[in-house]
Ligand binder design. Structure first.
Ligand SMILES: [Zn+2]
Length: 281
């Protein structure tokens, strides 16, 4: 658990401010998404069910315990069932002080198209997010969501929920929000680069330097070494991951024999978009 907790008034202001950003930056729709901040060992400040995140006032927020029971709030304000994901993150990660669940458009679109964000292509994402996994689809607001993130949140600060949204955590709610910005920014770049034909990932020696920065900032997670070895070829020749070294990434080859299903799909989408835009005869 953190040694200190944020003052309640400051935490309320932070969540209201983040709610407005979610709305203005198109990271949620309607009353979707939810925000939370840890106020104490068994006290969580969070957004209530059914209110649009861009129009919250500080006293709209409610306080619950780690079991999701309402502790304090205005009449009519009640917890949302999606808070189960947040509570799971707080329980599994004592270092986490804030959680943000949103519906970022590009990240969700890529999850539907089967395009992973767990690629070594964006330096800032490698440092601040690590590899972002996509959790299997689970019905929103059901307990499946909690179970879907329970294990993976231990070793990651940012997740894509397939067909649904994102879950990001941080030492406070603002850090969790900034991770969401980085996640969606990364998704936009990956989507655009794939539409342009794609390109090779960063070479392992460059990723190694970024991982050193990640560690120096205290951002490394327990599974980093193994995951970056498998996904990005950053393996220690004499270490325990040497035998799992990933094959060198294939250069883009647009002949059907070499293309993966993902590449064929992206190519089909790119051709369709170019036709729609009238850039092809
Ligand atoms: Zn949702």
């Amino acid at each position: 658990m953190p040694d200190t907790y944020p003052a309640e008034a400051a935490a309320r202001d932070d969540l209201v401010r983040i709610g407005r950003l979610l709305h203005t930056r198109d990271l949620v729709d309607g009353s979707a998404g939810n925000l939370s901040a840890r106020l104490g060992p068994d006290r969580i400040l969070c957004t209530p069910s059914g209110l649009a995140k861009g129009f919250l006032e500080p006293d709209d927020l409610i306080i619950i315990d780690l079991e999701g029971r309402l502790v304090a709030g205005k009449p009519g304000r009640k917890p949302t069932s999606e808070l189960a994901m947040h509570l799971e993150a707080f329980k599994r990660r004592p270092d986490v002080g804030g959680v943000v669940h949103a519906h970022p458009i590009t990240a969700v679109a890529l999850s539907i198209a089967g395009v992973s964000l767990a690629e070594c292509v964006i330096p800032e994402a490698i440092v601040f997010l690590g590899l972002v996994p996509t959790t299997p689809y689970a019905t929103p607001s059901s307990d499946e969501n909690r179970r879907a993130i329970s294990e993976v949140i231990v070793s990651h600060d940012a997740l894509v929920l397939q067909y649904h949204g994102s879950l990001t955590v941080g030492r406070d709610a603002l850090e969790a929000y900034f991770r969401l910005e980085t996640l969606e920014h990364t998704a936009k770049i990956i989507a655009l680069s794939k539409l342009l034909g794609g390109g090779p990932p960063l070479p392992p020696e460059q990723v190694t330097k970024l991982l050193a920065t990640r560690d120096s900032l205290g951002l490394g997670r327990p599974n980093d070494a193994e995951e970056f070895c498998v996904a990005c070829g950053v393996c220690h020749p004499l270490g325990r991951h040497a035998e799992r070294r990933a094959p060198a990434p294939a250069r883009r080859a647009w002949d059907d024999a070499a293309a993966t299903d993902e590449e064929r799909l992206v190519r089909a989408i790119a051709e369709r978009v170019r036709l729609e835009l009238g850039h092809l005869p």
